[in-house]
Design a protein around this ligand. Structure first.
Ligand SMILES: Cc1cc2nc3c(=O)[nH]c(=O)nc-3n(C[C@H](O)[C@H](O)[C@H](O)COP(=O)(O)OP(=O)(O)OC[C@H]3O[C@@H](n4cnc5c(N)ncnc54)[C@H](O)[C@@H]3O)c2cc1C
Length: 445
């Protein structure tokens, strides 16, 4: 049976960062994930950054993470959100070419020393003497390591909801992880169900672009990474349209089809990102909601309609989409859905993301309620100091970032130098105070 220092399970945002960070720190690392070809796949909106998230990408970059550098190689519409406001609340964001990002991530990981990558569906953990000792896949193969990082995203007992359909899946086209979830429950961890959703994907050539307002990228795209000199990828424009009174009428009449309003699922969203059903019910006084039509790649005719995630039936999706200006003759490439999955209460974790009940096991990304974007950056060895000193990073040679980066938030204001350092992370070089106000884009998932 082969041995590693660290095994990372899952090749999404969190798993890629965790695997690269552990390997960089000198640990012999194995990344196990369902399919090699979906390493670096974006489950929902192909976008990185945005308000409340773009600065996290910069922090990950400052810690030598991958996401910022690779987004710079794959970004097809860079925009600085909140440009007219103070530096601390600006949000760098980019629409991403799905294929370019996936390929860049796969190339980066393949070239990382100390990192092996294998395709396997992990079904169980090896537990010995009260701590984790490895993982077991669906074929019964065992992989041993003193540290295991779980970054399984929305896959733990995942179920897709669309109208009356129920499909066990980690995301569309991928099997859910069942055994691992049972193991976590057996550890006595406090767990629950969360839900999230995604909109239909549209065929770009069926959209009447010439009748839509278009939004261009920034004239001078600002890279996410401090290591990127300039953005070389061609930049594109996105379309803007709006729901109508007719859209809202159809959705309101058929609310019972929706996963949440039909009472079919109880999970709450990991963050505030309402479906179009939510918007129609909770903001009933609004006559329309803005939708950004975002191409998924330079050579891809698929369009992501940002702002209308939904779990109503396919028939209802067809009906309401065609009430939206520019989408009167739209063809759907893939229908929207909601997905419900198990998560672990983050209070079960130490600040290092190690599970209190099982030494050596770490959870990062959506499995513990975070975005992969956030959790991945925090998944590296010894990212935060312990209350009591322990040499217990993931790898053989734990990395200790500068102390100043990890002071408690309530002490920030007493440390102006740290403040300045963080502001620079958020906005290197600054933005002129007279920069024009830009249109706000819904959250990138
Ligand atoms: C439909 C949909 C809508 C979403 N909407 C939102 C949203 O509104 N807001 C938000 O914050 N996030 C949303 N997300 C989640 C979004 O994808 C995450 O924020 C981000 O991708 C999570 O990153 P991650 O690395 O934690 O997990 P993922 O990107 O989901 O990666 C998980 C990886 O683990 C692998 N894996 C899982 N189980 C196993 C196993 N047993 N063995 C081997 N490999 C395994 C998978 O193959 C995959 O590579 C949505 C996801 C989906 C599917």
């Amino acid at each position: 049976m082969a041995n590693w220092d660290v095994i990372v399970i899952g090749g999404g945002h969190a798993g890629c960062e965790a695997a690269a960070a552990a390997a960089r720190a000198g640990a012999r690392t194995l990344l196990l994930t369902h399919k090699l070809e979906t390493i670096g796949e974006m489950s929902c909106n192909p976008a990185i950054g945005g308000l409340g998230k773009g600065h996290l990408v910069r922090e990950i970059d400052a810690l030598d993470g991958l996401m910022g550098r690779l987004a710079d190689k794959a970004g097809i519409q860079f925009r600085m959100l909140n440009r007219s406001k103070g530096a601390a609340v600006r949000g760098p964001r980019s629409q991403i070419d799905r294929r370019l990002y996936r390929e860049a991530m796969q190339a980066e990981l393949s070239a990382t020393p100390n990192l092996e990558i294998a395709a396997a569906a992990v079904e169980d953990l090896i537990v010995e003497d009260g701590r984790v000792a490895g993982a077991v896949d669906a074929e019964g193969r065992a992989y041993r390591a003193g540290r295991v990082v779980l970054t399984t995203g929305t896959f733990l007992k995942g179920v897709i909801h669309r109208g009356e359909e129920r499909i066990p899946a980690g995301r569309v086209g991928d099997q859910p992880a069942i055994g691992l979830s049972d193991r976590l429950y057996a550890l006595g961890l406090n767990m629950g169900r969360l839900k999230t959703g995604t909109p239909a994907r549209l065929v770009g050539s069926s959209i009447a672009w010439d009748r839509l307002e278009m939004q261009a990228a920034d004239d001078e795209p600002v890279p996410f990474s401090f290591l990127t000199d300039r953005i070389e990828v061609p930049q594109i424009a996105c379309g803007i349209t709006y729901t109508t009174a007719e859209t809202h009428r159809i959705i309101a009449e058929r609310l019972g089809e929706s996963a949440v309003y039909g009472g079919k699922l109880t999970g709450r969203g990991p963050r505030y990102c309402p479906s179009i059903e939510d918007k129609v019910v909770r903001f009933a006084d609004k006559e329309s909601h803005q939708i950004f039509l975002e191409p998924e790649g330079l050579d891809d005719d698929t369009v992501y309609p940002n702002g209308i995630s939904t779990s109503v039936s396919e028939e209802t999706q067809d009906l309401f989409l065609r009430t939206i200006p520019g989408l009167e003759n739209v063809q759907v490439r893939r229908y929207g859905y909601a997905i419900e999955y198990d998560y672990v209460d983050p209070r079960e974790l130490f600040p290092t993301l190690e599970v209190k009940a099982l030494p050596g096991l770490y959870l990062a990304g959506q499995i513990q309620r975070h975005h992969g974007l956030r959790g991945g950056g925090r998944a590296g060895p010894g990212r935060r100091p312990q209350r009591r000193p322990r040499r217990e990073g993931l790898g053989a040679r734990p990395v200790r970032p500068r102390r100043g980066l990890h002071r408690r938030p309530d002490r920030r204001s007493r440390h102006p130098r740290r403040h300045r350092a963080l502001s620079d992370v958020h906005q290197p070089g600054g933005v002129p105070p007279d920069a024009p106000r830009r249109q706000r884009r819904p959250a990138a998932h």
